[in-house]
Ligand binder design. Structure first.
Ligand SMILES: [Zn+2]
Ligand SMILES: [Zn+2]
Length: 798
């Protein structure tokens, strides 16, 4: 009787599904536990083994929690709007909706073949009008609150995808999706005012239990800094250039101001003799993306405008330059140049012959900039103050004079929420020539995507929807005049901002979700997802949730109590899995050959959960052998009822270890401990009783549900193993056993120490020579030999 997973797995999957084993119960008296994985994008490539890593581990947590008496919600759905599907549709001529359906069906089959305990009765799909009705409703609420607005701003423009991209979608200066270099284009865009929530997004991190690195990344992304906004008056003009700095103490050392090429003052500042040179420079700058411009290692370039401004600290006349490294949307589009105290300013000054004036004493500015804090020099009445004191005092002085003020600044910018694409949620706004922007009345939601033949982007900055006149032309909901629908659609983050709320009440057609159900289930107790979503999805969804809390929809301040992250799974050759490299591992193949239980356990065992891991076929085989050992151990078990105390102790220790490791997301060490335990049972087969076999199966069931269920029936039970209670380790049996170790020097007893029963020779040796009394007998003599009797004595021969 060999282990044949192919013969047992589908049988149990069917039975579990038919009996609704995994349906969560609203308002159950049991304590609730909401366990969440990031719902997948159903791409044409099918399920990736990276998905399986997260889903298997959290599935084990969900299964264990149910056995511990929790009412568990472990839901699944589809994040299905977005570019890959649209691009595929353009290429093949198959409608994106059809593509989505096919991909979803395939994903569903794959997920089910893994025996994951999702509650399929709550399945959602972001492209379902019944779902995106509420995504649009949230947009209307944001609009009513003034948090959705339109602005003409330069956006990252992908010339290949022909759409505007959010900063987060530009990776290394290229389009995240197609890899083409991103350009600049000015478009009228919908924006979401996430900056209004910047402080709360930082402060409330204290209320949640996220991995430290997740918190740090979010705080850095928001990038809050305290400083001053300083006014530099343009010479012979009323215009003022505003500059933000955190180093107000260096103001007296400012010897130039650099403005961005998009700054509205630029035209006015260019003197005729510099016109040609500056305009040529600006044309070149416009071709570069924000990323290229902001890169630290890049050389700072610039050109003199011919104009001057006045340093408000010492009334000195200083030149105004245009430089492409100054980004319009950050800090007002201008920076002050302090060559003596900033590395990049130092290089810029050297290259262009600007003055370098030391105002903070501490380094040797003839060689390089001094960027530290120190005592002020060449700074008028502030000489002798420390940098910290000077920042306070100079800011107050400027404030009094009316030429500067305290200011808090953020790196976080408002979120570009428009896409010029077909496959997304239509933005529910009508543009009326009389009334302006008019929200679509709630009763008319959803604004459904019209069926079209062509989804090619227009390339003019308009979405393909603009070409469908019968859809675009409508009556204004307010005044009845001929008006036009907004043709931009939402980015694919829109549907994933709030999906975890919909799981609480997925079929509600009156409200986004019933408030009592939201109150029962939220916040999510444990949310696992990729590190790459820390600054995008995770931050956006916290923002939207906080807004929904403010308008009395979301019941709590934060959506997720705990956030963990899993590492990426690389191909066996150490590269990213990719069709073009031919190194993709398809979960289907592994399930077919080794079974779902092997794949699930292998992915939990492959390495520390948070780390990037290279796939290993050897490792998969090793896990499969482990399950074969379990199978034969139990199949061949004798009639013995009770186990020896050694086996029992090991079993209860394993129980404790699994409990601890699950809490700490150390799934790999939990599996390793299990393997060790099974090896011990095989070595001491005749000491293993029925009691151990049964408990072992219960402990194994979250990892290998199919095999455990099968063997559970084999040992004589009719009811599913998943109705069993999760065992608690017995305190007496998990106590570390101690013995008295005798320490001898040259055969004479010199000391006695309490040690763990299984202390090794090396540890015992180390412990013995560390004892003062033993050291007295050894002195500076060499230890020639160590005799060790495990659990009894150690004899040092000198
Ligand atoms: Zn692109
Ligand atoms: Zn109107």
């Amino acid at each position: 009787m060999n282990y044949k997973p192919q013969e047992i797995e589908t049988k149990w999957q069917k039975l579990w599904e038919e009996n609704n084993f995994y349906q969560a119960e609203d308002f159950s008296k049991k304590p609730k536990k909401y366990i969440l994985i990031e719902f997948p994008y159903p791409s044409g490539d099918g399920l990736h083994v990276g998905h399986v890593r997260s889903y298997s581990a959290l599935d084990a947590v969900a299964r264990k929690s149910r056995m511990e008496g929790f009412n568990v919600l472990y839901p699944i759905g589809w994040d299905a709007f977005g570019l890959p599907t649209e691009n595929y549709a353009i290429k093949t001529g198959i409608h994106p909706q059809k593509v989505t359906e096919e991909n979803t069906t395939n994903f569903k089959r794959q997920l089910k073949s893994l025996g994951l305990s999702f509650d399929w009765s709550r399945e959602i799909n972001t492209t379902d009008p019944e779902y995106y009705k509420w995504t649009q409703w949230i947009f209307l609420k944001l609009f009513e609150s003034g948090l959705a607005y339109r602005a003409e701003i330069p956006v990252n423009w992908c010339p290949s995808c022909k759409i505007g991209l959010a900063n987060e979608e530009v990776v290394g200066g290229v389009c995240e999706r197609c890899g083409v270099t991103v350009e600049k284009k000015v478009l009228n865009q919908w924006m979401l005012k996430i900056t209004a929530y910047a402080d709360r997004l930082i402060e409330d991190l204290e209320k949640v239990d996220y991995l430290d690195k997740v918190k740090v990344q979010q705080v850095n992304w928001i990038g809050k800094s305290y400083g001053s906004e300083i006014d530099f008056k343009v010479e012979d003009s009323k215009d003022i250039i505003q500059v933000f700095t955190t180093r107000t103490d260096t103001l007296f050392g400012t010897t130039a101001v650099v403005i961005s090429s998009e700054n509205p003052l630029v035209e006015k500042l260019i003197k005729s003799e510099h016109k040609e040179e500056v305009e040529k420079y600006i044309t070149e700058a416009k071709k570069k993306s924000d990323f290229e411009r902001g890169q630290l290692e890049k050389e700072k370039t610039g050109v003199f405008t011919g104009s001057y401004c006045i340093n408000p600290a010492n009334d000195e006349k200083i030149p105004i330059w245009v430089g492409d490294y100054v980004i319009a949307t950050y800090g007002g589009g201008a920076v002050m140049v302090v060559p003596a105290h900033d590395y990049r300013d130092y290089d810029f000054a050297k290259k262009h012959g600007l003055k370098i004036r030391e105002v903070v004493f501490g380094g040797d500015i003839t060689k390089y900039a001094f960027v530290g804090y120190g005592k002020l020099v060449n700074s008028g009445q502030f000489n002798g103050l420390s940098s910290e004191e000077a920042i306070e005092k100079i800011t107050a002085w400027l404030d009094k004079k009316g030429t500067g003020r305290k200011k808090v600044q953020y790196k976080l910018r408002d979120w570009v929420f428009s896409r010029q694409h077909y496959w997304g949620e239509p933005i529910p706004i009508v543009h009326c020539p009389k009334c302006g922007q008019v929200p679509v009345p709630e009763k008319d939601l959803p604004v459904e995507l019209p069926y079209v033949e062509k989804y090619q982007p227009t390339g003019t900055g308009e979405s393909p929807l603009a070409a469908i006149s019968e859809w675009v032309n409508v009556k204004c909901p307010k005044c009845g005049w001929s008006a036009k629908r907004e043709t931009d659609t939402m980015p694919n983050w829109a549907g994933s901002n709030w999906y975890f709320m919909r799981y609480c009440d997925p079929k509600n057609d009156k409200v986004l979700a019933d408030s009592k159900k939201l109150k029962y289930w939220l916040p999510v107790d444990w949310y696992n997802g990729g590190m790459e979503h820390t600054t995008l999805h995770l931050l956006y969804s916290r923002f939207i949730y906080k807004f929904l809390h403010d308008i009395k929809i979301a019941p709590t301040v934060e959506p997720y109590q705990t956030r963990t992250s899993h590492g990426i799974v690389l191909a066996e050759d150490g590269r990213k899995m990719s069709k073009s490299f031919g190194n993709v591992i398809n979960p289907d193949d592994i399930v077919k050959k080794y079974g779902a239980d092997t794949l699930r356990i292998y992915e939990m065992f492959m390495g520390p959960f948070g780390e990037t891991i290279v796939w290993s076929t050897q490792g998969v085989k090793g896990v499969c052998r482990f399950l074969e050992k379990v199978w034969s151990l139990i199949s061949e078990n004798t009639e013995r009822k009770e186990s020896s105390s050694e086996i029992l102790r090991a079993l209860h220790k394993l129980n404790k270890k699994i409990d601890e490791d699950f809490k700490a997301t150390k799934f790999n060490t939990a599996v390793a401990a299990f393997m060790e335990f099974v090896n011990l049972c095989r070595e001491k087969k005749e000491e293993v009783g029925q009691d151990t076999i049964e408990k072992m199966l219960i402990l194994l069931s979250p990892f290998a549900p199919h095999l455990s269920e099968e063997l559970w029936q084999k040992v004589g039970y009719k009811k599913s193993i998943f109705f069993e209670k999760w065992p608690k380790p017995h305190p007496e049996l998990i106590k570390e056993e101690v013995v008295i170790l005798v320490v001898q020097v040259n055969g004479k007893v010199r000391d006695k120490v309490e040690v763990a029963v299984d202390i090794s020779k090396k540890e015992a040796n180390k412990l013995a020579i560390s004892r003062q009394i033993v050291q007295k007998w050894i002195g500076d003599k060499e230890i020639k030999k160590v005799i060790f009797v495990p659990g009894k004595l150690i004899n040092l021969v000198i």
